[in-house]
Design a protein around this ligand. Structure first.
Ligand code: SF4
Length: 123
């Protein structure tokens, strides 16, 4: 079995917090809701990332997003839970500074030039 993979290409004007949010919206929508870590994890991550991206985040949210994602990993029946957790863990790890830039009620510093913003929001 080879498994599966996905590749998304974004440019350097992309807000990685919003990117993480878009990914989580997708997985929340796709979750069948059977496993608690996937059902609740994707829901809480989407809520937290939405609040964070719109300027309502606090510093502890960054660690909470990481912690919640890590606790979804390997604890779900199918790989969708892992697929939701892995990109989130990577984005927080590699782009922590972008999360910090959103703190203290500041508007998204990337909003004007973000290529993600130009894409339709997955509902
Ligand atoms: S991990 Fe798979 S089986 Fe479990 S809730 Fe998510 S989609 Fe359903």
């Amino acid at each position: 079995m080879l498994g599966s993979g996905g590749l998304v290409v974004v440019d350097d004007s992309t807000c990685m917090v919003k990117f993480a949010l878009r990914i989580m919206k997708f997985y929340k929508h796709e979750s069948c809701g059977w496993c608690i870590p996937c059902r609740e994890g994707t829901d809480w991550l989407e809520k937290t990332l939405t609040r964070f991206h719109t300027g309502g985040g606090i510093k502890k949210d960054i660690d909470n997003i990481q912690y919640l994602s890590e606790n979804m990993l390997g604890r779900t029946f199918c790989p969708l839970g892992d697929a939701a957790a892995l990109p989130t863990i990577s984005i927080v790890k590699k782009f922590r500074k972008e999360f910090e830039d959103h703190l203290e009620g500041k508007p998204c510093p990337f909003e004007k030039q973000s290529s993600v913003q130009r894409l339709p929001v997955f509902a």
